[in-house]
Write a protein that binds this ligand. Structure first.
Ligand SMILES: Nc1ncnc2c1ncn2[C@@H]1O[C@H](COP(=O)(O)OP(=O)(O)OP(=O)(O)O)[C@@H](O)[C@H]1O
Ligand SMILES: [Mg+2]
Length: 262
């Protein structure tokens, strides 16, 4: 991974944020998510409390089944918690009805999925323009914004192609443009490189980091790729229903070693 990312001269500015005075964009308050299966209830997330700051690149790690996708779906308003609250800036998602939640998602969230999820019957340009038009903005402006992003993801010449004519990496680059075109506050990416070979994954990751940083967006990414952590501002591990930041675990380790010493 470091190969492509460090080779790219345009990526020099991508590093950790200074993190001074950044307000929280996401707040999780006693967040609990349970799934009921027959008589058995599984708490996937259990009274989670955390804050994610504006402009940060937040990485979620954890073994398969730990709850990474569940958490992203909750923050993005795709799923609803069993208990607790989720705030995105001044909006408490858990107090919105289904319609309001749909509007919230449309206006504020850009999703990037492992399997791209482009609409096969729409051209590349139409796929990217769609979120913009759904926000009630003009088609002409939408196309202008979409073409500018297509240029950034180096697919300007594929605007009228259909997704099934594109490679996986190209489809994911279209999906990046689609996630950003309507200027959402928050980009949620669920294993965005999980279905790509290493080199293609590096290219997509580099583009995603460059675009979100340039546009000043907050990016929360679930991944199994340990190399991504080098670029993160904050790293959380989901473990046994809890969200543990690397900082917390460092403090905990430090406290343990201090008490052991003294
Ligand atoms: N609708 C559902 N009903 C019951 N259990 C579910 C449901 N959706 C997810 N789960 C369970 O919740 C747990 C967390 O799933 P999740 O998809 O969030 O894990 P993940 O960390 O994203 O895993 P992976 O790395 O494999 O993508 C899993 O044990 C899964 O089986
Ligand atoms: Mg997942």
């Amino acid at each position: 991974m470091s190969s492509n990312v460090s080779r790219s001269p345009s990526l020099h500015r991508i590093g950790k944020n200074t993190r001074a005075q950044q307000p929280p964009i996401v707040r999780l308050l006693n967040l609990t998510k349970r799934y009921e299966e027959g008589a058995v209830s599984h708490a996937i997330l259990h009274t989670v409390n955390a804050e994610m700051l504006e402009g940060d690149f937040v990485v979620l790690l954890g073994k398969s089944g730990s709850g990474k996708s569940t958490l992203l779906n909750l923050i993005g308003g795709i799923d609803v918690p069993s208990d607790g609250e989720i705030w995105v800036r001044d909006t408490c998602l858990t107090r919105l009805n289904e319609h309001a939640l749909t509007l919230f998602r449309r206006d504020n969230i850009g999703f990037i999925f492992q399997f791209f999820n482009l609409i096969p019957t729409l051209t590349v340009l139409e796929n990217i323009t769609l979120p913009y038009e759904l926000r009630g903005r003009g088609r002409r402006e939408g196309e202008k914004a979409a073409r500018a992003l297509l240029d950034r993801v180096k697919l300007a010449d594929r605007a009228n192609t259909y997704p099934d004519r594109l490679s996986g990496g190209e489809q994911q680059r279209v999906a990046l443009a689609r996630a950003l075109v309507h200027e959402p506050q928050l980009i949620l990416a669920d294993e965005p490189t999980g279905n790509l070979d290493e080199e293609t994954g590096e290219t997509v990751l580099a583009l995603l980091l460059e675009l979100t940083r340039d546009m000043g967006k907050t990016l929360i990414m679930a991944t199994h790729n340990p190399e991504v952590v080098a670029y993160a501002d904050v790293i959380y591990h989901i473990h046994e229903g809890k969200l543990v930041s690397e900082q917390d675990s460092a403090i905990a380790t430090d406290a343990t070693s201090t008490s052991a010493r003294g």
